[in-house]
Write a protein that binds this ligand. Structure first.
Ligand SMILES: Nc1nc2c(ncn2[C@@H]2O[C@H](COP(=O)(O)OP(=O)(O)OP(=O)(O)O)[C@@H](O)[C@H]2O)c(=O)[nH]1
Ligand SMILES: [Mg+2]
Length: 411
């Protein structure tokens, strides 16, 4: 397939590199590096376009000219190599969402920085959109600022708030990654016909990226559970994890486009019930507490139990949402989702939890154990997920073929 080319510009520190990393995934290759780091071109098998980090094109005129000439040289080199796709097809202009005051100023820089590319579609990416409450307002602010300039009015195709990497607010709450699949889809839509990926392909690409974003949501939630779970009194049910599981499930629901209607609400509250007060959750906790022959401090064992539940629930919820997202299940299949998660809790949580606790028992101090816990948990539960998915010849296996195979998605 021919790759389209996306030029990324935005002031120093707005989050260009972080964004590129998240969109392209971990198997990124740098295919070109201009002199003095003015230009770097990234590719990955995970998305159907190249991304060119042009750095701060809003800087002084001289620096801007240098970068622009690097881009031109890259295009020419490409043309000599016989690669026809040497044009810039889409521009991502990054503005930072944290400071509303700066948005207007950044948009006026956008106008001058992109003056070279008169007719290229632009997507304004509002980076670091950590506050979900401010997202809509920031989008409106950007749209209004663009409406005053003819070229921007014509070229700006979408304004997308993103969080590229989990932003930790404190030890138990975080802003989950957001906007990444939307950005990939909008970018593809803005591509000229010759380089635009087919609908089915782009759905597969965004599914992969969704899974890797989902894993980071699960990891952040698991870390929070470890903190909350580390209490000296033995845990009897998972009620203590309600706020964390609520945040985890909601973040995953948003990621997989599960809305806020009544069917969704019913589904989400059933999932939460499975992860907190269900018989399956209670049985899993008793089984983990009863693992013989280990000698862990109560707080470490509790942290392991809490982390295991949130990790297993997160992986299971992600899988269930993938089925809904792909259309082989619907929001109304509440009983199916319930059974699916309960069986994961009984088989995988107990199997995985035993492995986790066993790994911890071999470690020395409390501090080592807690630190090791998170890495053991994410390894055990995401590996378990991939195993089950590919060992069954079911629709889960069909799903797994395109998605689990890539090493980056097993991370
Ligand atoms: N948690 C979190 N941190 C972010 C996010 N985006 C950017 N950052 C942080 O902001 C800082 C700057 O991000 P970079 O991605 O290096 O920004 P850049 O635009 O590439 O910066 P230059 O290369 O210097 O122009 C880094 O410390 C990032 O970790 C995000 O979505 N979430
Ligand atoms: Mg950078």
């Amino acid at each position: 397939m021919d790759y389209g080319n996306v030029l990324v510009i935005g002031s120093a520190g707005v989050g260009k590199s972080t964004l590129i990393q998240t969109v392209l995934g971990s198997n990124v290759t740098v295919s070109y590096e201009g002199n003095r780091n003015q230009l770097a071109v990234y590719e990955s098998l995970s998305v159907p376009f190249r991304v060119i980090d042009a750095g701060d094109l809003g800087g002084p005129l001289l620096a801007r000219r240098k970068t622009a000439s690097s881009i031109k040289r890259w295009s020419q080199d490409n043309a000599l190599d016989g690669d026809e796709n040497n044009d810039i097809h889409v521009i991502w202009f990054c503005v930072e969402g944290k400071s509303r005051k700066l948005i207007r100023e950044q948009i006026s820089r956008l106008a001058s920085a992109t003056a070279l590319w008169r007719h290229i579609p632009i997507i304004v990416v509002i980076t670091k959109s950590y506050s979900s409450l401010e997202r809509d307002e920031n989008v409106a602010l950007v749209q209004e600022a663009c409406a005053h300039r003819r070229r921007l009015r014509e070229n700006v195709r979408a304004v997308i708030p993103v969080v590229a990497a989990t932003y930790q607010l404190n030890s138990t709450s975080f802003a989950a990654p957001t906007g990444i699949p939307e950005l990939i889809a909008a970018t593809n839509d803005a591509m000229p016909e010759g380089v635009r990926a087919a609908g089915a392909d782009i759905a597969e690409f965004t599914l992969k990226r969704r899974r890797s974003v989902a894993r980071s949501i699960v990891a952040a939630s698991t870390a929070a559970a470890i903190t909350v779970g580390a209490v000296p009194i033995p845990i009897s049910d998972a009620l203590i994890l309600t706020p964390i599981e609520t945040a985890e499930i909601n973040a995953l629901a948003t990621l997989y486009g599960i809305g806020k209607g009544s069917a969704s609400r019913q589904l989400l509250s059933t999932i939460l019930e499975v992860g907190t007060v269900s018989t399956a959750a209670k049985a899993a906790i008793s089984a983990l507490k009863a693992i013989p022959g280990i000698n862990l401090a109560a707080s470490v064992l509790n942290a392991a139990i809490a982390g295991s539940i949130v990790a297993a629930m997160g992986e299971g919820t992600m899988r269930a949402f993938e089925h809904i997202y792909q259309g082989d299940k619907t929001l109304d299949d509440v009983e199916w989702v319930k059974g699916f998660l309960e069986s994961r809790l009984s088989k995988e949580l107990i199997g995985g939890g035993t492995e986790v606790v066993g790994a911890l028992a071999g470690l020395g101090s409390d501090k080592d154990q807690k630190r090791a816990l998170l890495s053991v948990l994410s390894r055990v539960f995401s590996a378990k997920s991939s195993q089950t998915a590919s060992s069954k010849e079911s629709d889960a296996a069909k799903l797994a073929k395109g998605v689990v195979a890539k090493p980056e998605d097993a991370e």
